[in-house]
Structures are given as C-alpha cells and as structure tokens.
Design a protein around this ligand. Sequence first.
Ligand code: JFZ
Length: 414
Amino acid sequence: MSLSGPVIEAQEADRMQWWKAAKFGLFVHWGLYALHGKGEWHMSGAKIPVKEYEKLAERFNPVKFDAREWVALAKAAGMKYIVVTAKHHDGFAMYHSEHDPFNIVDATPFRRDPMKELAEECQREGLRMCFYYSHVIDWHHPHAIHEFYNNTWDYPLEEKAFYAYWNRKAKPQVKELLTKYGPVGLIWFDTAGGLSKKDSQEIINWVREHQPACLINSRVSHWPQYAGDYSSKGDNEIPMHGEDSRPWETPMTLNDSWGYQNKDQSWKSSEALIRKLVDVASKGGNLLLNVGPTAEGDIPDESVERLEAVGRWTSRFGEAIYDTTPSPFHYEQEWGAITVRDTTMYLLIHGPYWSKGSIHLYGLNNAIRHAYVLQGDDADDEARKPLAVQQHYHEAVGLHQLHVTLPLSAPDDV
Ligand code: JFZ
C-alpha cells in the first residue's frame, strides 16, 4: 500500500490539532545577551568580536532560574505551550550540546541544562515544550556566515563554507533537541533568508524524521512551498480576518524587545494584551507572547504582573478562547470580537460598549435559543440569566439584525 495524498493530509491535520486548540503560548528570548541588557541583536549591532563575546559565558550564572516558576507563570497566564530560544543568532546553545562546546553546560559556571529542566516541568504540568532555533544565522560559527546577511564584522567571509556549519552544527543540534528532550511541540525556526529550496526541504525532512508530530513554523524557509506547518506573522502583526489562508501565529512583545533590555519601559497594558488575545482568537490565529528573562534567570516583574493579569482573565473567560474557531464574519464588529465553538457564539464586548445597553450584530440568520453573560468557570446556572435578544430582517441593510440587550455592568473591565 502506498501513502496517498489524503492520508498525508490527515496526518498533517492531526499534528496541528493541539496547537489550533491552544491559541496562546509563551515565547522566551533568553541567552548570554541578557548580560548586556541590550537585546538579542547587540552582538551584531555593536560588532562584538566572537572571542570577546565568548567571555560572557564565564559570567553567565542564572542562579535564580527555576523551571517550576516559569512553567507555573505560563500556566497561570493560560498559555498552553512554551517556545524557548535553544539557540539564537549568537550561536550559544542554552542546552547541553555535544556538537559545540559553546553551550550553557560546558561554557558557563551554571553547568545546568535549563532546556531539560523546562522540558521535564512542561511534561509534568501538561504544557508543550517547544524550541526556537536560529538555523541560518550563527554569528559564532565561522562557516555560518551567509552572504545574505553579510555578517562579516569578525570572521573573514569564506565562500561556500556554509555546509560545514549546516552539516556539523545546525542539523546535529536540531537533532539533539528532537531526540533528548522528549516530545517537542514545535520548532520555531527563524530568518531563513538565503537558504536554498533544497536546504529548506532538508531541514523540514530532518524534523519529520526525528519527530513526525513536531510542528514547524514558516520561517524555516523563504520559499513559500517549503514554509512548514503554519505561518509566523511579523513581530506584533495581527493580520486581517481571512488574510492568511494558512494557520497562523503572531509573535508579540510585552514591551518593544525580545531579549532582555533594561531600558525598555514601553510595556503594553494588561487590558491591551487581553484585547490582542481576543482579536487573534476571533481571527483564528495563535498568540505567542514573549518574555525576556534576565541574566540571573528571572522574568522581570513588569512581565510577571502582566501575564498574571491576563491569566486572571483567561481563567474566567478562557471558554471563549481555547479550542474556538474564528468569527464567521470577516468584517470587524465595532463593539468587539466573536469566536465560535460548535453551536455557541461568543461575543467579546469591549468595556465601553456595555454601558450603551445593547449591541447589534448583522448577518446572523440562525435562531438564537439562549443568550447569557459568561461569568466565569465557577458560575452556576443562576448566574447565567438569559439576556433579551431580538432578531428581525433589516430591510435597509438587507441582512438579519440581532439585537442583544446588555446588563449595564460588564463582567470585566476589558
Ligand atoms: C527575528 C529575530 O531576528 C529576532 O531577534 C527575534 O528572535 C524575532 C522573534 O525574530 O526577527 C524578525 C524576523 C522576521 C520578522 C521580524 C523580525 N518579520 O518577518 O517581520
């Protein structure tokens, strides 16, 4: 029997299932660069020579790192998966790699493997462990220098040496992540500019070979036909409804940085973050919200506060987010957003609209059986007092109009 097309498609649909239901994940940008406190691109920005950058490892000792705290925070926020920088562009492995001693166990006084600790804790707590891996850019490896990025501030550009890096570091390290840390939810590849079709296909096959269920994001390749399982949007970019025909995910910062930046105080408010999550879910995407832990290994207070506030909301209203499908309407509602599960439609109404006393929804022809205010998971039937709804055909608009009368007090202030 040969594998037919539909069988392969069924397998793909299958491995996407947990991720589509998950909706919300934690992104973590953590590495030696936290010592500078100037973000993960500082080595390149300041053209720091490799030998000098290497010395950071001798000082990297994140004794405050506690996998239980990080995973508990993600869980409290309502996140279902964690994507951690196993290796960013600086080439430093935040796990024990046999293929390059420039890693956290062999090169730092810390000597622990935080990826292992996180993977085990995720396993215990029911979150999916996932890895970010910078597969093309590697400022530490002399042969990873790729003409596309012109990273020539230190090593001389050696042409056609890319495969020395690709075969001896990138592929073996990706294999380590897929074979030594239990089930991996997804690998988040990044910045594939210049990677050939052949190499894109090769790294995709490589992941499939070692963990067939592991998802791959689109930044694995710049060739659309090799763009993995789902589409990674640009930083903080939420597409229009229906704009992306593939499953998609918005990577988002809490302030304006990925890696820890001690001067960046432009934090998004908790309310804004909840609205982003609602917006993303109503358009059918996932939100991957980032923290940049310090060189001591803790997540900045400002980030913790925000994730906890989001968590207070998701723990009450997560029913309207997780495992939902997008709004059936591609146009935005002025009063908020819509998600759907089976025959239930969730209307997520922005704070100011509650005081208006009612909202309208056009274009829904289905008869409404029951409408009520979602109070939270612990609400009993009594709290689910029916709301008055009226439906009629609106001649002037040419659509059915649903009129929902609201109680004047909102269940939250988002
Ligand atoms: C990349 C990295 O260079 C950066 O350090 C960070 O890890 C971020 C999540 O990803 O930067 C990008 C790559 C692609 C886009 C934006 C930032 N993009 O397509 O908009």
